[in-house]
Design a protein around this ligand. Sequence first.
Ligand SMILES: N[C@@H](CCC(=O)N[C@@H](CS)C(=O)NCC(=O)O)C(=O)O
Length: 208
Amino acid sequence: MAKLKLTYFDFHGGRGEPARLALAIGGIEFEDDRIPLSEWPRRKAGTPFGAVPVLEVDGQTVTQSNGINRYVGKLTDLYPTDPWQAALCDEAMDAVEDITLKVVATFDLPEAQKKAERQVLVEGPLRLYLTRLQERLEAHGGLYFAGDRLSVADLKVFVWIGHLKSGKLDHIPTDLPDRIAPKLVKHYERVKAVPEIKAYYAKHGVSG
Ligand SMILES: N[C@@H](CCC(=O)N[C@@H](CS)C(=O)NCC(=O)O)C(=O)O
């Protein structure tokens, strides 16, 4: 088995979290390299594109979160082998990337502008992505995004919904997913209840 090291920030969530969860579900050992935010300026230049996540496999690195998700999904049987189901899995993961980029663009804005732009996001893109992802989920049977079973797409959407509900995004109401996409919230709860995920968060002392 290859030696894996996954480098990401030292918090639960974000672009590195689906791969951490997939590896935990698959029972694959990896070095969990968590960078405290205070250390990031020093570490940034040492990454291929000045960003994380970075996956190291037997000393070679690869970047790009969704590519990493696909790779670990293949290692853990959490990425569909059927090409069409794989495309559906990719669709959900890339949709989360699209909307994530729009939210990230507001991170460093002055407070008043951040509030204004996030209100626009809530009424526009966030509503759209929540609605459409819920529609996609329902179109594929209502339980999973691809292949009628858990995949890295479910993990990626789970992490995104968790972020929206967390209260860490000022001016984005925490009940937005419940109001716009209750079936995505049910999906979130279902993924959260996967025994390996429960065990993972219990091990890391995360409750709720
Ligand atoms: N397209 C990349 C984006 C990576 C990215 O922007 N990562 C963020 C964390 S989620 C980051 O490293 N931010 C710190 C920085 O850009 O200095 C991916 O999907 O992995």
